[in-house]
Write a protein that binds this ligand. Structure first.
Ligand code: HGY
Ligand code: MN
Ligand code: MN
Length: 419
């Protein structure tokens, strides 16, 4: 088993931090981090990651959705998949996603440089579409690796009307090759991911690392109110069919329903589409996308049902048309106990206490869980801030996370998962 001095940990952390900063400098905009799927920035980031992988001694390939794959062969066919994403939200932090890819490259490079052939292969995966920031679908690249890509997504369009299919072709890929991106079930022993916690628990408990127990379930509910455009100055208030006022009422209802669950369910509307969107025109059409999450399937389903009923009542009261569509249903995804235990042992071997906690954020593991067992290791992040340029994880914690991932790999036994 590898042992790490504080100097080793700090050196790993410094290398990782430099790589995070290099990737964080690749953005579509000069003043904030925006790196969307199948864009020139994705291409530049993928090329940089491919360079790091080759430099670490891995063989590099790319699949039909642009996932960059670094492979280190093992004695047998079984492979441990290690990944995360290199796409970002708009106005993102530098760590959400890249940290996991960089940790995988450094950990695999540790074994490649030592010339150690493990009993299993390692595949480091840099997914290009976890956030769903460009097209209204998430986890599409990891879904392809898991053999679950939804072909219907190819018709989805971004804000400029460019379809997923056209963007893929412009990126030099062919949709016909997507099925070939799937890993074989008999080869994929497990998938693991290192990720910032994106919450305050580890910092509050003064622990640098945490072992994830499960990724909570998610529902995206698209609620569209259909009202009537009118002159903002002449239409009497009681004669209006104002779609935005209805959406505002619906959002407050969603907030209250979630508050009533005392923390069991969270509900957010982060995106509103308002048309025609002119100051002096009563809004005719509004789409509000509700992001509803809970570790409890029952509690999430109950809130969704109550919200549907409440939204319908709002539309009726205001004489509006209404469509409600669920565009995302992801069940709570457990992390395999044996993977949790291997991470816990690796964390303990570094002198830290492996706190166990659930993930309120979604991750590629939700897609990869359809292929193989999954595990996650969380890294403390300052103030629990994420999806925000203030996102930050200290180099010492990152160094510990890379060392813990190396320790995990040394403890990983694919025989536990031979299906
Ligand atoms: O939305 C999420 O939880 C993830 O960051 N994509
Ligand atoms: Mn994210
Ligand atoms: Mn993420």
């Amino acid at each position: 088993m590898a042992s790490f001095s504080q100097t080793d940990i700090d050196a790993l952390g410094a290398r990782a931090e430099a790589m995070v900063n290099a990737l964080g400098a690749i953005s579509a905009e000069p003043d904030r981090l925006v790196r969307l799927f199948l864009t020139p920035e994705h291409r530049r980031a993928a090329d940089l990651v491919g360079h790091w992988m080759r430099d670490a001694g891995l063989s590099v390939s790319e699949d039909a959705l642009g996932t960059v794959r670094g492979h280190l062969p093992g004695e047998e066919a079984k492979r441990l998949l290690i990944g995360s994403h290199i796409d970002t939200v708009v106005n993102a932090g530098k760590y959400d996603g890249p940290l996991g890819v960089i940790a995988g490259v450094l950990a695999a490079g540790h074994f490649a440089r030592a010339g150690r052939q493990l009993p299993f292969g390692l595949d480091v995966l840099a997914f290009g579409d976890e956030e769903g920031s460009r097209f209204p679908a998430t986890l599409s690249s990891s879904s392809a690796c898991a053999g679950n890509f939804r072909p219907g997504n190819l018709a989805l369009a971004d804000r400029d009307g460019v379809t997923f299919q056209d963007a893929l072709a412009a990126y030099g890929k062919s949709a016909a090759d997507i099925p070939a991106a799937a890993f074989r079930r008999d080869e994929a022993a497990a998938y693991v991911e290192v990720h910032i916690e994106q919450g305050p628990v580890l910092e509050t408990r003064r622990e640098p690392l945490g072992v994830v127990t499960a990724i909570i379930g998610q529902t995206y509910l698209n609620v569209e109110f259909l009202g009537e455009a009118g002159h903002a100055g002449t239409v009497p208030m009681l004669m209006r069919r104002d779609a935005l006022a209805a959406a505002a009422e619906a959002m407050l209802l969603g907030e209250q329903l979630a508050r009533d669950t005392k923390g069991e369910v969270v509900a957010t509307v982060g995106r509103l589409a308002v048309s025609p969107g002119a100051t002096n025109v009563i809004p005719a059409n509004v789409v509000a996308i509700f992001d509803i999450r809970s570790a409890s399937e029952a509690a999430r389903a109950q809130l969704v049902e109550r919200l549907r009923a409440g939204v319908r009542a709002i539309a009726d009261k205001r004489h509006l048309g209404l469509t409600i569509t669920s565009t995302r249903e992801v069940p709570t995804t457990p992390c395999h106990p044996a993977l949790q235990e291997a991470f816990a042992q690796a964390v303990r071997a570094l002198g830290a206490e492996p706190l166990r906690l659930g993930s309120g954020a979604g991750h590629d593991g939700q897609a990869m869980a359809k292929l193989c067992p999954i595990g996650m290791l969380f890294v403390r992040c300052r103030g629990g801030i994420s999806h925000n340029p203030m996102e930050y994880a200290g180099p010492r914690d990152i160094g510990l996370a890379v060392a813990a991932l190396i320790g995990f790999i040394e403890r990983f036994d694919p025989a536990l998962f031979s299906g």
